[in-house]
Ligand binder design. Structure first.
Ligand code: BTN
Length: 333
């Protein structure tokens, strides 16, 4: 658990302002929380501004964090985090083939639960089912979290669905109407905005580590993703019409993710399954599912306790699909 006494006053001020979101936090509240004079709070705010933080000050209302430096290192993230473990250690890299590969190596070398690899660019970003993840430099989020859940490997898909819920919730908190397309694509306006790739090292009865790789299109223009990806993709900037502070989004995502992972560890899959159902654009739709072996058409009725898609076939039978791609034949979103 992070010890708040180790944080500097500047980091604490940033933390309080980040918690306030779009709201103002009064100078008096800050000085009470920190045990500092109003003048001392003002001096710290000035010093943060020099470091690139944009903090609005309005008399009788207080301070509001408007912009943080557009970097994703511990320096920017730590003060913004609400987590105990997730993201408290960040391996911030410039360009790597894939953050999942780096995280798998770190995990094999003994890295702890909650350590995260973040890169500004990936040259061979990996997507699901052998696809690639286009990862232009310095505009999006490419991260891989090392997790050590006490679970048998057959239950690993639950971690991915848990992450999809946290991701959709964070995007909704950021002002867009995000939905999950089974199993774990996150979409806005029917276009893909984020994806998850989970990799695993396990014995037959116990997971050693999971690497949870998350890519979110934050501030890229869709054209930056290339002609193959662009038509079916969007970014948070395109959906909201303005740039997103990447560090704030990342810290918020880690907060949601840790909450949902803790809930999963405490209460099992049932509450996650319930949240997933509510956020899903797939359920109730007529879909075409492509698996490694075949194509199935039917109505997506539910996900079961393993995260498999429960498909009602035209003849009335039911098929459960654990891995595949879904195309909505008559989509509503
Ligand atoms: C998908 O196909 O939807 C999954 C995309 C996952 C992309 C992320 S970006 C960070 C991490 N590193 C990778 O190489 N892939 C994942």
């Amino acid at each position: 658990m992070a010890d708040p006494s180790e944080q500097t006053n500047e980091e604490l001020i940033l933390g309080f302002l980040a918690d306030g979101g779009e709201e103002f936090t009064s100078g008096e509240a800050l000085s009470n929380k920190l045990g500092l004079s109003r003048a001392a709070v003002w001096k710290h705010v000035e010093s943060l501004r020099v470091k690139g933080y944009r903090i609005e000050a309005v008399s009788a209302r207080g301070y509001r964090l408007v912009e943080v430096p557009d970097r994703l290192t511990s320096l920017e993230l730590n003060p913004l985090l609400s987590t105990n473990e997730l993201g408290r250690t960040v391996h911030a890299l410039d360009s790597v083939p894939s953050t999942n590969e780096v995280a798998m190596q770190l995990a094999a070398g003994g890295a702890s639960h909650g350590e995260v690899v973040i890169a500004e660019q990936q040259t061979r970003g990996k997507g699901r089912r052998g696809r690639s993840w286009v990862s232009p430099a310095r505009v999006n989020l490419y991260c891989s979290a090392i997790l050590r859940p006490e679970l048998p490997p057959q239950r690993a898909p639950e971690i991915t669905l848990t992450a999809a819920v946290a991701l959709a919730e964070t995007l909704r908190d950021s002002g867009v109407d995000a939905w999950i397309k089974w199993p774990n694509d996150v979409q806005v306006d029917g276009k893909k905005i984020a994806g998850i790739l989970t990799e695993l090292s396990a014995d037959p009865d116990q997971i050693h580590h999971v690497v949870l790789g998350i890519g979110v299109n934050l501030n890229c223009k869709v054209e930056d993703l290339g002609p193959e990806v662009a038509p079916a993709a969007t970014s948070l900037m395109e959906a909201r019409g303005e740039k997103v502070p990447r560090a704030l989004f990342t810290a918020a995502l880690f907060g949601r993710l840790e909450q949902r992972l803790d809930q999963h560890a405490r209460e099992g899959f049932a509450p996650i399954q319930k949240a997933w159902r509510q956020l899903s654009s797939t359920l109730g739709q007529e879909v075409l599912v492509r698996t490694d072996r075949d194509e199935l058409r039917g109505v997506a009725e539910d996900i079961d306790e393993l995260g498999a898609l429960v498909l009602r076939l035209p003849g009335g039978g039911v098929e459960r699909v654990l891995a595949g791609d879904v195309e909505q034949v008559r989509g509503k979103r």
